[in-house]
Design a protein around this ligand. Sequence first.
Ligand SMILES: CC(C)(COP(=O)(O)OP(=O)(O)OC[C@H]1O[C@@H](n2cnc3c(N)ncnc32)[C@H](O)[C@@H]1OP(=O)(O)O)[C@@H](O)C(=O)NCCC(=O)NCCS
Length: 127
Amino acid sequence: MTSLTERIEHARTRITKLVFPQDTNPLGTLYGGTALQWMDEVAFLTATRFSRRQVVTVSMDRVDFKVPIPQGAIVELVGDVVKVGRTSMTIQVRILLEDAMIGTQELAIEGHLVMVAVDQDMKPVAI
Ligand SMILES: CC(C)(COP(=O)(O)OP(=O)(O)OC[C@H]1O[C@@H](n2cnc3c(N)ncnc32)[C@H](O)[C@@H]1OP(=O)(O)O)[C@@H](O)C(=O)NCCC(=O)NCCS
């Protein structure tokens, strides 16, 4: 039988992206709305992997934009299950800005999203 810790580890989701011009604001750094879309995608994948259910986003909690991410940067998004309820899961999403030449990463954006497992009728179901 798989433990909760193992399920959480297996659900961890990483997506690497290159920041293209169409992803940026007029200052040439990653547009906040694009970042939120990417975060929702990672949270969706993480929650789906954890629950093996259809999930929807019910809440996007505080999101901190700590460091501007320039066009051309490599970023890694990491989703982790940090809280499990009856039908909901809280997913921490971090966006790490990577130094392409050295390989170091720094935390640029962080937020928490609550995802709920639902059935075909959009009713919450236990996970
Ligand atoms: C998600 C949805 C089905 C939940 O319905 P609901 O009537 O609020 O259901 P419940 O009150 O039973 O809550 C279900 C779970 O969500 C949690 N929840 C509901 N609203 C929440 C909120 N604003 N913030 C955090 N958690 C919330 C509840 O605490 C509960 O968690 P638990 O079962 O782990 O204790 C409904 O709100 C919905 O359809 N929302 C639209 C979803 C959507 O379209 N998302 C965008 C596209 S993916």
